[in-house]
Design a protein. Sequence first.
Length: 202
Amino acid sequence: MTNTKGFLKIYGLAFIIVALFLLGAKLVYGINTDQSNYVGTSNMRLTAADSASLDISGNMTLEAWVNPSAIGARQTIMSRYHSADNQRSWYWDILVTGHLEATFCSALDASLCTEYETASIIQTGYNHYAIGMKPSTSEIFIWVNGVATTTVLRSQDATSIVNTSSLFSIGERSNGTDFPFTGDIDDVRVYPSLRTTGNILG
């Protein structure tokens, strides 16, 4: 598995976001942040506006290379989840304990959500993570460096991923104030399909 470069680069606070609008199991959104660094402060993040390509209600896979600088506070890797505006769709976090947590919701008020976390603490250094969401069976799968990891079910109430008008956000929740990430995030990808181990390793 190779951490490729060149799809998008970030220089300071100036950045470009590139969206791909493809069909089927193809990549619908991908950026390369060139190991962009997040310093754990509000509004230090990458965002993309709401769009049809990001309104995924069925199977979805999120991928990224992640290198947190520190563990000990909840940090968001990416999300479409805005609590203040009641626009809660999904998020992918690192917990205070160092476990990964992924959640998707069927209701914007988060009354119907499915939530899983990894059974073990995430590894230090740069590692590739993939989060597979399967609403039809209310399941979430997590891969670490292409290997499926053991997960712990926290709740299992959602059977779809609700459409939201919130921003797609990397490095913080969509409202720009909650759970800022500290460290590096690279090669972010969003697929409107449930990827396999072979796909992820490829």
